[in-house]
Design a protein. Structure first.
Length: 418
Protein backbone atom coordinates (compact mmCIF):
# COMPACT_ATOMS: atom_id res chain seq x y z
CA UNK A 1 0.00 0.00 0.00
CA UNK A 2 0.98 3.58 -0.55
CA UNK A 3 1.06 4.26 3.17
CA UNK A 4 3.64 1.59 3.81
CA UNK A 5 5.90 2.70 1.00
CA UNK A 6 5.78 6.18 2.47
CA UNK A 7 6.50 4.92 5.99
CA UNK A 8 9.46 2.82 4.87
CA UNK A 9 11.04 5.65 2.92
CA UNK A 10 10.79 7.95 5.93
CA UNK A 11 13.81 6.37 7.54
CA UNK A 12 15.87 8.50 5.19
CA UNK A 13 17.08 11.79 6.59
CA UNK A 14 15.04 14.82 5.66
CA UNK A 15 12.40 12.79 3.89
CA UNK A 16 9.37 15.02 3.69
CA UNK A 17 6.93 12.07 3.94
CA UNK A 18 5.03 11.46 7.13
CA UNK A 19 5.99 8.73 9.57
CA UNK A 20 3.18 7.23 11.63
CA UNK A 21 3.25 8.06 15.32
CA UNK A 22 3.61 4.42 16.45
CA UNK A 23 6.37 3.84 13.93
CA UNK A 24 8.25 6.92 15.08
CA UNK A 25 7.95 5.90 18.74
CA UNK A 26 9.11 2.35 18.03
CA UNK A 27 12.11 3.58 16.07
CA UNK A 28 13.14 6.07 18.70
CA UNK A 29 12.69 3.76 21.68
CA UNK A 30 14.30 0.74 20.08
CA UNK A 31 17.40 2.76 19.21
CA UNK A 32 18.00 3.66 22.89
CA UNK A 33 20.48 1.69 25.02
CA UNK A 34 19.67 1.39 28.71
CA UNK A 35 22.28 3.00 30.97
CA UNK A 36 24.50 0.24 32.35
CA UNK A 37 25.97 2.14 35.31
CA UNK A 38 24.38 1.39 38.65
CA UNK A 39 24.44 2.89 42.11
CA UNK A 40 23.39 1.96 45.62
CA UNK A 41 20.74 4.10 47.26
CA UNK A 42 19.21 4.01 50.72
CA UNK A 43 15.45 3.57 50.98
CA UNK A 44 14.76 7.24 51.65
CA UNK A 45 16.35 8.12 48.30
CA UNK A 46 14.87 5.22 46.35
CA UNK A 47 11.39 6.49 45.47
CA UNK A 48 10.99 6.73 41.69
CA UNK A 49 14.34 5.06 40.98
CA UNK A 50 14.53 2.05 38.68
CA UNK A 51 15.79 -1.20 40.17
CA UNK A 52 18.89 -2.66 38.56
CA UNK A 53 18.51 -5.97 40.43
CA UNK A 54 15.87 -8.49 41.44
CA UNK A 55 15.05 -8.31 45.14
CA UNK A 56 14.46 -11.52 47.10
CA UNK A 57 13.15 -11.51 50.62
CA UNK A 58 15.84 -12.47 53.16
CA UNK A 59 13.15 -13.28 55.75
CA UNK A 60 9.64 -14.63 56.18
CA UNK A 61 6.98 -11.91 56.35
CA UNK A 62 5.49 -11.91 58.86
CA UNK A 63 8.60 -13.33 60.54
CA UNK A 64 6.58 -15.24 63.17
CA UNK A 65 3.07 -16.64 63.49
CA UNK A 66 0.94 -13.97 65.12
CA UNK A 67 -2.53 -12.86 66.01
CA UNK A 68 -4.81 -10.95 63.62
CA UNK A 69 -7.04 -9.82 66.51
CA UNK A 70 -7.08 -8.70 70.09
CA UNK A 71 -8.33 -11.75 72.04
CA UNK A 72 -7.19 -14.96 73.65
CA UNK A 73 -4.77 -17.57 72.26
CA UNK A 74 -5.71 -21.17 72.98
CA UNK A 75 -5.50 -24.73 71.71
CA UNK A 76 -8.64 -25.30 69.66
CA UNK A 77 -8.58 -29.10 70.07
CA UNK A 78 -11.22 -30.35 72.44
CA UNK A 79 -12.49 -26.97 73.62
CA UNK A 80 -16.21 -26.54 73.29
CA UNK A 81 -18.68 -23.73 73.44
CA UNK A 82 -19.26 -22.87 77.08
CA UNK A 83 -15.80 -24.08 78.19
CA UNK A 84 -14.02 -22.06 80.86
CA UNK A 85 -10.28 -21.40 80.42
CA UNK A 86 -7.64 -20.01 82.78
CA UNK A 87 -5.81 -16.87 81.53
CA UNK A 88 -2.13 -17.57 82.33
CA UNK A 89 -0.33 -14.58 80.78
CA UNK A 90 -0.25 -11.98 77.99
CA UNK A 91 1.40 -11.89 74.55
CA UNK A 92 1.85 -8.25 73.53
CA UNK A 93 2.98 -7.11 70.08
CA UNK A 94 6.74 -6.92 70.59
CA UNK A 95 6.64 -8.69 74.00
CA UNK A 96 5.92 -12.41 73.54
CA UNK A 97 4.54 -14.64 76.29
CA UNK A 98 7.31 -16.98 77.37
CA UNK A 99 5.14 -19.80 78.75
CA UNK A 100 3.18 -22.61 77.14
CA UNK A 101 -0.59 -22.80 76.82
CA UNK A 102 -1.92 -26.19 77.99
CA UNK A 103 -5.41 -27.67 77.76
CA UNK A 104 -7.80 -25.64 79.86
CA UNK A 105 -5.62 -22.54 79.55
CA UNK A 106 -5.34 -19.50 77.31
CA UNK A 107 -3.19 -16.36 77.01
CA UNK A 108 -4.39 -12.82 76.51
CA UNK A 109 -3.03 -11.72 73.09
CA UNK A 110 -2.89 -8.41 71.17
CA UNK A 111 -2.95 -7.94 67.40
CA UNK A 112 0.55 -8.75 66.10
CA UNK A 113 1.48 -10.68 69.27
CA UNK A 114 3.37 -13.99 68.85
CA UNK A 115 1.09 -17.05 69.11
CA UNK A 116 2.40 -18.78 72.27
CA UNK A 117 3.63 -22.41 72.26
CA UNK A 118 0.73 -24.83 72.58
CA UNK A 119 -1.84 -22.43 71.06
CA UNK A 120 -3.20 -22.73 67.51
CA UNK A 121 -6.07 -20.23 67.41
CA UNK A 122 -7.16 -16.87 68.69
CA UNK A 123 -10.67 -16.20 69.84
CA UNK A 124 -11.80 -12.58 69.53
CA UNK A 125 -12.28 -10.83 72.84
CA UNK A 126 -15.79 -9.81 71.73
CA UNK A 127 -17.04 -13.43 71.80
CA UNK A 128 -15.84 -14.45 75.29
CA UNK A 129 -16.97 -13.52 78.73
CA UNK A 130 -14.11 -12.58 81.00
CA UNK A 131 -14.29 -12.92 84.72
CA UNK A 132 -11.17 -12.25 86.79
CA UNK A 133 -8.55 -14.74 85.45
CA UNK A 134 -10.92 -16.91 83.43
CA UNK A 135 -12.80 -16.66 80.16
CA UNK A 136 -15.93 -18.47 79.10
CA UNK A 137 -16.22 -19.29 75.36
CA UNK A 138 -19.48 -18.09 73.79
CA UNK A 139 -19.01 -20.18 70.64
CA UNK A 140 -16.80 -23.00 69.26
CA UNK A 141 -13.25 -22.17 68.06
CA UNK A 142 -11.72 -23.42 64.77
CA UNK A 143 -8.02 -24.31 64.40
CA UNK A 144 -5.97 -21.42 62.90
CA UNK A 145 -8.80 -18.95 63.51
CA UNK A 146 -7.46 -15.35 63.53
CA UNK A 147 -3.90 -16.62 63.14
CA UNK A 148 -1.48 -15.12 60.58
CA UNK A 149 1.13 -17.78 59.81
CA UNK A 150 4.83 -16.88 59.45
CA UNK A 151 5.61 -16.26 55.76
CA UNK A 152 1.92 -15.74 54.88
CA UNK A 153 2.71 -12.49 53.07
CA UNK A 154 6.13 -13.59 51.75
CA UNK A 155 8.28 -16.69 52.20
CA UNK A 156 12.02 -16.20 52.73
CA UNK A 157 13.75 -16.37 49.32
CA UNK A 158 10.69 -15.25 47.33
CA UNK A 159 11.25 -12.62 44.64
CA UNK A 160 9.51 -9.45 45.71
CA UNK A 161 10.56 -6.88 43.12
CA UNK A 162 12.11 -7.22 39.67
CA UNK A 163 14.92 -5.49 37.84
CA UNK A 164 13.44 -2.72 35.71
CA UNK A 165 10.68 -1.84 38.16
CA UNK A 166 10.27 1.80 39.14
CA UNK A 167 10.00 1.99 42.92
CA UNK A 168 6.59 3.22 44.10
CA UNK A 169 5.40 3.95 47.66
CA UNK A 170 4.12 0.37 48.18
CA UNK A 171 7.46 -1.01 46.97
CA UNK A 172 9.37 1.16 49.43
CA UNK A 173 7.18 -0.14 52.25
CA UNK A 174 7.66 -3.69 51.02
CA UNK A 175 11.45 -3.26 50.96
CA UNK A 176 11.34 -1.95 54.51
CA UNK A 177 9.12 -4.87 55.57
CA UNK A 178 11.81 -7.34 54.54
CA UNK A 179 14.56 -5.33 56.21
CA UNK A 180 16.31 -4.21 53.01
CA UNK A 181 18.01 -0.86 53.67
CA UNK A 182 19.71 -0.25 50.30
CA UNK A 183 18.96 -1.18 46.71
CA UNK A 184 20.92 -1.11 43.46
CA UNK A 185 19.36 1.22 40.90
CA UNK A 186 20.27 2.46 37.44
CA UNK A 187 22.17 5.74 37.34
CA UNK A 188 19.88 8.63 36.52
CA UNK A 189 20.24 9.97 32.97
CA UNK A 190 21.83 13.43 32.70
CA UNK A 191 19.53 15.49 30.50
CA UNK A 192 20.50 18.93 29.20
CA UNK A 193 17.72 21.26 28.13
CA UNK A 194 17.46 24.63 26.47
CA UNK A 195 14.81 26.61 24.65
CA UNK A 196 15.39 28.63 21.53
CA UNK A 197 13.72 31.82 20.39
CA UNK A 198 14.56 35.52 20.09
CA UNK A 199 11.07 36.36 21.33
CA UNK A 200 11.46 34.60 24.70
CA UNK A 201 11.77 36.49 27.96
CA UNK A 202 12.18 35.15 31.47
CA UNK A 203 9.41 35.60 34.00
CA UNK A 204 10.02 38.68 36.13
CA UNK A 205 11.05 40.80 33.13
CA UNK A 206 8.70 43.20 31.35
CA UNK A 207 7.58 42.20 27.86
CA UNK A 208 8.36 44.42 24.90
CA UNK A 209 6.28 44.30 21.76
CA UNK A 210 6.77 40.98 19.99
CA UNK A 211 8.01 39.17 23.08
CA UNK A 212 6.45 36.34 25.08
CA UNK A 213 7.38 34.61 28.30
CA UNK A 214 9.33 31.38 28.01
CA UNK A 215 6.97 28.72 29.35
CA UNK A 216 8.43 25.64 27.66
CA UNK A 217 11.38 25.43 30.02
CA UNK A 218 9.00 25.16 32.96
CA UNK A 219 6.87 22.40 31.45
CA UNK A 220 9.91 20.56 30.14
CA UNK A 221 11.77 20.88 33.42
CA UNK A 222 8.85 19.61 35.45
CA UNK A 223 8.06 16.69 33.14
CA UNK A 224 11.71 15.65 33.48
CA UNK A 225 11.71 16.22 37.23
CA UNK A 226 8.69 13.89 37.56
CA UNK A 227 10.53 11.29 35.54
CA UNK A 228 13.46 11.46 37.94
CA UNK A 229 16.33 12.46 35.67
CA UNK A 230 19.20 14.82 36.45
CA UNK A 231 18.54 18.11 34.66
CA UNK A 232 21.10 20.57 33.34
CA UNK A 233 19.28 23.73 32.28
CA UNK A 234 21.08 25.99 29.81
CA UNK A 235 18.24 28.52 29.69
CA UNK A 236 17.04 30.40 26.63
CA UNK A 237 19.26 30.60 23.55
CA UNK A 238 18.62 33.26 20.90
CA UNK A 239 18.06 32.35 17.26
CA UNK A 240 21.69 32.98 16.28
CA UNK A 241 23.87 30.23 14.84
CA UNK A 242 26.89 31.25 16.98
CA UNK A 243 24.90 31.22 20.23
CA UNK A 244 23.30 27.94 19.28
CA UNK A 245 26.63 26.37 18.41
CA UNK A 246 27.97 27.35 21.83
CA UNK A 247 24.93 25.83 23.54
CA UNK A 248 25.26 22.63 21.51
CA UNK A 249 28.93 22.44 22.51
CA UNK A 250 28.00 22.85 26.19
CA UNK A 251 25.16 20.32 25.92
CA UNK A 252 27.44 17.72 24.37
CA UNK A 253 29.53 17.47 27.53
CA UNK A 254 28.45 14.39 29.43
CA UNK A 255 24.74 14.44 28.55
CA UNK A 256 22.86 11.22 28.04
CA UNK A 257 20.18 13.24 26.30
CA UNK A 258 19.71 16.79 25.07
CA UNK A 259 16.23 18.23 24.67
CA UNK A 260 15.52 21.55 23.00
CA UNK A 261 12.35 23.37 22.05
CA UNK A 262 11.71 25.55 19.02
CA UNK A 263 13.62 26.16 15.82
CA UNK A 264 13.04 22.76 14.21
CA UNK A 265 10.63 23.91 11.52
CA UNK A 266 11.53 25.35 8.15
CA UNK A 267 11.35 29.03 9.06
CA UNK A 268 14.24 31.41 8.38
CA UNK A 269 15.20 31.49 12.09
CA UNK A 270 15.05 27.70 12.59
CA UNK A 271 18.68 26.71 13.10
CA UNK A 272 18.38 23.70 15.42
CA UNK A 273 18.18 20.99 12.78
CA UNK A 274 21.05 22.47 10.79
CA UNK A 275 23.21 22.67 13.91
CA UNK A 276 22.47 19.07 14.80
CA UNK A 277 23.41 18.06 11.29
CA UNK A 278 26.67 19.98 11.63
CA UNK A 279 27.68 18.82 15.11
CA UNK A 280 25.93 15.49 15.46
CA UNK A 281 23.80 13.10 13.50
CA UNK A 282 20.22 13.74 12.55
CA UNK A 283 17.05 11.99 11.53
CA UNK A 284 14.61 14.78 10.87
CA UNK A 285 11.15 13.39 10.90
CA UNK A 286 7.78 14.65 10.04
CA UNK A 287 5.41 12.60 12.08
CA UNK A 288 1.72 12.20 11.33
CA UNK A 289 0.73 13.66 14.66
CA UNK A 290 -1.08 16.81 15.69
CA UNK A 291 0.16 18.80 17.43
CA UNK A 292 3.89 18.25 17.04
CA UNK A 293 4.66 17.30 13.46
CA UNK A 294 8.34 18.25 13.21
CA UNK A 295 10.76 16.44 15.50
CA UNK A 296 14.53 16.39 15.19
CA UNK A 297 15.87 13.16 16.62
CA UNK A 298 19.49 12.12 16.47
CA UNK A 299 22.79 11.95 18.32
CA UNK A 300 24.92 14.65 19.82
CA UNK A 301 28.23 13.56 21.29
CA UNK A 302 27.61 10.45 23.38
CA UNK A 303 23.98 11.36 23.94
CA UNK A 304 20.64 11.41 22.19
CA UNK A 305 19.12 14.57 20.83
CA UNK A 306 15.44 15.48 20.81
CA UNK A 307 14.62 18.75 19.08
CA UNK A 308 10.98 19.38 20.01
CA UNK A 309 8.78 21.96 18.28
CA UNK A 310 8.32 25.36 19.91
CA UNK A 311 4.58 25.45 20.44
CA UNK A 312 3.85 24.78 24.10
CA UNK A 313 1.27 22.01 23.58
CA UNK A 314 3.43 20.36 20.91
CA UNK A 315 6.27 20.24 23.44
CA UNK A 316 4.17 18.32 25.92
CA UNK A 317 2.56 15.98 23.39
CA UNK A 318 5.86 15.05 21.74
CA UNK A 319 7.54 14.69 25.12
CA UNK A 320 4.92 12.21 26.37
CA UNK A 321 4.74 10.28 23.12
CA UNK A 322 8.43 10.07 22.20
CA UNK A 323 10.84 11.47 24.78
CA UNK A 324 9.38 9.96 27.92
CA UNK A 325 9.30 6.36 26.62
CA UNK A 326 12.85 6.82 25.31
CA UNK A 327 14.12 8.11 28.65
CA UNK A 328 12.32 5.35 30.52
CA UNK A 329 14.16 2.82 28.40
CA UNK A 330 17.40 4.69 29.06
CA UNK A 331 16.63 4.38 32.78
CA UNK A 332 16.31 0.61 32.36
CA UNK A 333 12.61 0.63 33.16
CA UNK A 334 10.36 -2.15 31.97
CA UNK A 335 7.63 -0.17 30.21
CA UNK A 336 4.35 -0.15 32.10
CA UNK A 337 1.23 -1.00 30.10
CA UNK A 338 -0.21 2.03 28.38
CA UNK A 339 -3.64 2.85 29.76
CA UNK A 340 -6.15 3.68 27.05
CA UNK A 341 -9.82 3.82 27.93
CA UNK A 342 -12.75 3.73 25.52
CA UNK A 343 -15.06 6.52 26.68
CA UNK A 344 -18.08 8.16 25.04
CA UNK A 345 -17.46 11.69 23.86
CA UNK A 346 -19.89 14.21 25.33
CA UNK A 347 -19.77 16.34 22.20
CA UNK A 348 -18.93 15.92 18.50
CA UNK A 349 -15.17 16.27 17.80
CA UNK A 350 -13.91 17.76 14.56
CA UNK A 351 -10.91 16.32 12.79
CA UNK A 352 -9.49 15.92 9.31
CA UNK A 353 -8.03 12.53 8.26
CA UNK A 354 -4.23 12.35 7.87
CA UNK A 355 -2.65 12.78 11.29
CA UNK A 356 -3.26 11.21 14.70
CA UNK A 357 -4.57 13.92 17.00
CA UNK A 358 -3.98 14.43 20.69
CA UNK A 359 -6.91 16.56 21.64
CA UNK A 360 -7.08 17.75 25.21
CA UNK A 361 -10.01 16.37 27.16
CA UNK A 362 -11.70 16.46 30.51
CA UNK A 363 -12.73 13.07 31.82
CA UNK A 364 -15.66 13.42 34.18
CA UNK A 365 -18.48 11.47 35.73
CA UNK A 366 -21.72 11.89 33.80
CA UNK A 367 -25.20 12.14 35.32
CA UNK A 368 -25.68 8.36 35.23
CA UNK A 369 -22.40 7.84 37.16
CA UNK A 370 -20.36 6.59 34.18
CA UNK A 371 -17.37 8.38 32.66
CA UNK A 372 -17.69 10.75 29.71
CA UNK A 373 -15.05 12.90 28.10
CA UNK A 374 -15.43 16.39 26.75
CA UNK A 375 -13.07 18.58 24.80
CA UNK A 376 -11.34 21.54 26.44
CA UNK A 377 -12.42 23.60 23.44
CA UNK A 378 -10.16 25.26 20.90
CA UNK A 379 -7.25 22.94 20.13
CA UNK A 380 -4.50 25.24 18.82
CA UNK A 381 -0.99 23.97 19.55
CA UNK A 382 -0.10 27.25 21.24
CA UNK A 383 -2.97 27.07 23.73
CA UNK A 384 -1.25 25.82 26.86
CA UNK A 385 -4.39 26.46 28.90
CA UNK A 386 -5.91 23.45 27.12
CA UNK A 387 -3.26 21.22 28.73
CA UNK A 388 -3.72 22.83 32.10
CA UNK A 389 -7.50 22.35 32.05
CA UNK A 390 -7.30 18.82 30.67
CA UNK A 391 -6.92 15.61 32.63
CA UNK A 392 -6.54 13.36 29.59
CA UNK A 393 -5.67 13.16 25.93
CA UNK A 394 -8.43 12.20 23.52
CA UNK A 395 -6.53 10.26 20.86
CA UNK A 396 -8.07 10.21 17.41
CA UNK A 397 -6.51 7.91 14.83
CA UNK A 398 -4.88 9.06 11.61
CA UNK A 399 -7.84 7.88 9.53
CA UNK A 400 -10.52 9.38 11.78
CA UNK A 401 -12.61 12.17 10.31
CA UNK A 402 -14.11 13.21 13.63
CA UNK A 403 -16.68 11.69 15.96
CA UNK A 404 -20.31 12.23 16.82
CA UNK A 405 -21.55 12.88 20.36
CA UNK A 406 -21.86 9.58 22.23
CA UNK A 407 -19.28 7.77 20.08
CA UNK A 408 -16.48 5.95 21.92
CA UNK A 409 -13.05 7.57 21.75
CA UNK A 410 -9.62 6.49 23.04
CA UNK A 411 -8.70 8.37 26.16
CA UNK A 412 -5.28 8.41 27.84
CA UNK A 413 -5.58 9.73 31.42
CA UNK A 414 -2.82 12.07 32.59
CA UNK A 415 -2.53 10.66 36.05
CA UNK A 416 -1.90 7.25 37.51
CA UNK A 417 -3.11 6.60 41.05
CA UNK A 418 0.08 5.44 42.71
P1 LIG B 1 9.16 27.65 16.67
O1 LIG B 1 9.01 26.17 16.66
O2 LIG B 1 10.48 28.09 17.20
O3 LIG B 1 8.84 28.22 15.34
O4 LIG B 1 8.08 28.19 17.69
C1 LIG B 1 6.71 27.95 17.46
C2 LIG B 1 5.84 28.83 18.36
O5 LIG B 1 6.10 28.48 19.70
C3 LIG B 1 6.15 30.29 18.26
O6 LIG B 1 4.92 30.99 18.35
C4 LIG B 1 7.01 30.58 19.47
O7 LIG B 1 6.90 31.91 19.91
C5 LIG B 1 6.45 29.62 20.48
N1 LIG B 1 7.49 29.25 21.44
C6 LIG B 1 8.73 28.80 21.12
N2 LIG B 1 9.44 28.58 22.22
C7 LIG B 1 8.66 28.89 23.27
C8 LIG B 1 8.85 28.88 24.69
N3 LIG B 1 10.01 28.48 25.22
N4 LIG B 1 7.84 29.24 25.48
C9 LIG B 1 6.65 29.62 24.92
N5 LIG B 1 6.42 29.66 23.60
C10 LIG B 1 7.41 29.31 22.78
MG1 LIG C 1 11.47 29.86 17.20
Amino acid sequence: MNDQAETASCADNHNPGLLTMDDARTRIVSSIEPISEQEEVGLWGALGRVLAEDIHSPIDVPPYTNSAMDGYALNSHGVEQGATLQVIGTSWAGKPFAGRVETGECARIMTGGVIPDGADAVVMQEVVQREADTICLQRPVRAAENVRPAGEDLAAGARVLGKGQRIRPADLGLLASIGVAEVTVTRRPRVTIFCTGDELRAVGQPLKKGEIYDSNRYTLYSMLERLGVEIIDLGVIPDQPAALEKAFGEAMKGSDAVITTGGVSVGDADYVTGMLEKLGQIDFWKIAIKPGRPLAFGRLGEGRFFGLPGNPVSVMVTFYQFVQPALRRMMGETPPPRILLQIPSATPLRKRPGRAEFQRGILETGEDGTLVVRSTGHQGSGILRSMSEANCFIILTEESSGVEAGELVSVEPFQGLV
